[in-house]
Ligand binder design. Structure first.
Ligand SMILES: [Zn+2]
Length: 511
């Protein structure tokens, strides 16, 4: 459906020096700029599906499913002439043993349904806790700005020995759980925030692999949480068996032989999936997408070095990418000019989302240079008559570590468990009021859970960005060197509509 814009046309459109490579200046670029058909990406996804089928239905980090996925990616890369590095790290791997339960014992007997209504938050401890429930600093209703449990003072009147009922919002889950535990709570229930339609459902969250909190934390839908908060004499029981195992996993890295090693352009996608399913949209899609682009770029005599990363243990708390950035020396960091992240690029009920690079949606300021990335995505889509929206990027996926390290970043995202709005249905088709990906983190995130139109739109955008930045990063470097000044958000071309979709941009939220 979307054709790749001709190099010449785009370079005349761009007033900055972000001109697109042409075959004279960068040998091999012309062939690599041809439209990628979604079937090319689907071929890789079929392989990842097969791997999951043969390995307990998943491709989670530190399992054979992940290992074989990494081998598959590496084999393709090596055949294309890349040297591939498996970069290992150790981490604390969380596992839930069997099913958990959450039940209301009084005043009524109600068993809640795991996954649909409640979940045990990763890095919770094993527990079988029965207790009276006490709500802490809730802020109910649409538009609420819950800070429930974020401050230790919230628990000033909390009765030791009770179960704390908290609400999502404003600070990390670990922060809330830590305050509750320090105040004598025996267990914690955190229900979804309910401030807008995208924060009502069941969710998992995470305490993070570095948490010191030793407590069982269950999460709940907003509706059930709100109802429970109004019940007098509420007693619940929560049971979960969990373990944390010292484990190893690895990131898969490959870079072009050609290109300036002091001006590195990185593209990354997490290769691991959740334990619940094969993880084809999340994130086989991004992994297969950058693999497709890497295979094409192998034949291009690039000016700047392209480095591709397939992160491990993302689903357990952005672990692989964090380990990678932490291990970089200052010098190595300074050589990475930008990082592009692709996580879920084929959502069935998709939007085309571009991460905000200049803080036009929030107070959060991405490192300088990020706006040039956002703008180039927008210009590319405008040139292809492709509607797209800006997404808040506050550092909640694998780009987080890069952002923290001050590296310019950007990326695309087609939506997870959040709900498509009427406005977005007009822009992208699909069904308003339904999730972008109803199979997000579920068993049904399989080969049928891909919208090939979305996949094709995204993979061609990735390919364009890779070619452009392989050719020149000068617009980013200029922005990085520019004096601080108020950034004026501009809507560069027709067909681009910005929209504040709040906290719905990413699924690996810590808050
Ligand atoms: Zn993901």
């Amino acid at each position: 459906m979307k054709k790749v814009i001709k190099p010449l046309l785009l370079s005349t459109m761009l007033c900055s020096s972000l001109s697109f490579a042409n075959s004279i200046e960068m040998p091999g670029a012309e062939a690599a700029s041809k439209n990628i058909d979604s079937s090319e990406v689907m071929a890789h996804l079929h392989e990842l599906q097969k791997i999951a089928d043969l390995n307990d239905g998943n491709r989670s980090s530190s399992t054979p499913g992940h290992e074989l996925s990494a081998n598959y990616i590496a084999q393709k890369l090596m055949l294309a002439g890349y040297e591939v590095e498996f970069s290992p790290y150790t981490y604390e791997r969380y596992e839930q043993v069997g099913t958990a339960s959450l039940a209301q014992l009084a005043p009524n007997q109600v068993d809640y349904i795991e996954e649909d209504q409640f979940a045990i938050m990763p890095y919770s401890t094993t527990g079988n806790i029965t207790g009276e429930v006490e709500a802490v600093d809730l802020a109910l209703g649409l538009g609420n700005e819950s800070t429930s449990g974020c401050e230790i003072e919230d628990f000033a009147n909390f009765t030791k020995g009770k179960v704390a009922l908290l609400q999502r919002g404003a600070c990390t889950f670990a922060q809330k759980a830590e305050n509750a535990a320090a105040s004598g709570a025996t267990a914690v229930i955190i229900f979804n925030q309910g401030n807008d339609v995208t924060r009502r459902e069941a969710f998992a969250g995470t305490l993070g692999d570095e948490t010191d909190v030793k407590i069982t934390v269950a999460t709940l839908t907003y509706d059930i949480g709100e109802a429970l908060s109004k019940i007098e004499g509420l007693t619940i029981n929560v049971q979960a068996e969990t373990k944390v195992v010292e484990s190893t996993s690895y990131n898969v890295l490959a870079e072009t032989k050609a290109g300036d090693p002091n001006n590195v352009v990185m593209l990354g996608s997490h290769l691991d999936g959740v334990q619940a399913g094969p993880g084809i949209n999340d994130n086989g899609s991004g992994s297969a997408g950058i693999l497709t682009v890497a295979l094409r770029m192998a034949k291009v005599n690039v000016n700047n070095k392209l480095r591709f990363a397939w992160w491990g243990s993302e689903e357990l708390g952005l672990i692989g990418s964090t380990k990678y950035v932490e291990a970089l020396t200052e010098e190595e960091k300074s050589k990475i000019t930008l990082y592009l992240n692709f996580d879920m690029i084929g959502s069935p009920n998709y939007m085309v989302g571009v991460f905000d690079g200049n803080g036009s949606l929030t107070d959060f300021k991405a490192p300088k240079g990020s706006y040039a990335i956002e703008r180039l995505f927008q210009l590319y889509f405008a040139a292809n008559d492709q509607n797209n929206i800006e997404l808040e990027a506050s550092g909640r996926s694998d780009y987080a570590a890069f952002s923290d390290a001050g590296i310019s970043y950007g990326g695309l995202f087609t939506g997870a468990e959040g709900t498509k709005t009427e406005e977005q249905a007009v822009l992208f088709g699909g069904t308003a009021g339904e999730a972008y990906d109803a199979c997000y983190h579920k068993e049904c995130d399989d080969i049928n859970n891909i919208n090939q139109e979305a996949l094709e739109i995204n993979v061609n955008a990735i390919s364009f960005m890779a070619l452009s930045f392989a050719y020149s990063t000068s617009a980013i470097l200029e922005e990085q060197l520019a004096e601080d000044k108020p950034v004026i958000s501009t809507v560069p071309e027709s067909g681009i509509i910005t929209s504040d979709i709040g906290h719905d941009n990413h699924h690996h939220e810590e808050m």
